[in-house]
Write a protein that binds this ligand. Structure first.
Ligand code: RP5
Length: 162
């Protein structure tokens, strides 16, 4: 199976990235994590992206806050799918990172999830890999069923809480 590359702009983004790594672990998807910044370590971020396909990655998650150019900078250097996680790490509540991540120019797409949406970033990667992986698709189906069952259990218990 292809690996998922995870890059975060700072280790202060780790709590959000951890939601992605937890999800990937639960789905038995291998991943590799790095702290590379589009601004502070642009050479390392660029090299990671340029070599990612040859290094066995199937998609890349890029998490960053503030002027969040990391996902776009990664996407500029690979044609692998790039999923951007805008992180809430400033006075603008993540809106700065959301716009910086999602507003990509035509030709260089970044699939952007919600602010702090680490779990969905991982699920999107899983769904991309599952196009060619029936066993992973089955694990995703099972997760959907378990998630639905959890909601229905809440439905069954909600009246008692009122
Ligand atoms: C961004 O700046 C990082 O992704 C992080 O969300 C934010 C703050 O970084 P630190 O100052 O905590 O390293 O580049």
């Amino acid at each position: 199976m292809k690996k998922i590359g995870i890059v975060m702009g700072s280790d202060s983004d780790l709590p959000i990235v951890q939601k992605a790594t937890d999800t990937l672990k639960a789905l038995e998807i291998p991943f590799e994590v790095h702290v590379y910044s589009a601004h502070r370590t642009p050479d390392q971020a660029r090299e990671f992206a340029r070599s990612a396909r040859a290094n066995g990655f199937g998609a890349i998650i890029a998490a960053a806050g503030m002027a969040a150019h990391l996902a776009g900078a990664i996407a500029a250097n690979t044609t692998l799918p790039v999923i951007g996680i805008p992180c809430k790490s400033s006075v603008f509540d993540g809106m700065d990172a959301l716009l910086s991540t999602v507003q990509m120019p035509t030709g260089i797409p970044v699939a952007t999830v919600a602010v702090n949406g680490g779990a969905n970033a991982a699920l999107l990667c899983a769904q991309i890999l599952a196009v060619e992986d029936a066993a992973l698709a089955q694990r995703l189906d099972a997760k959907r069923e378990a998630d639905a069952a959890a909601v229905l259990a809440k439905d069954a218990g909600i009246a008692e809480r009122l």
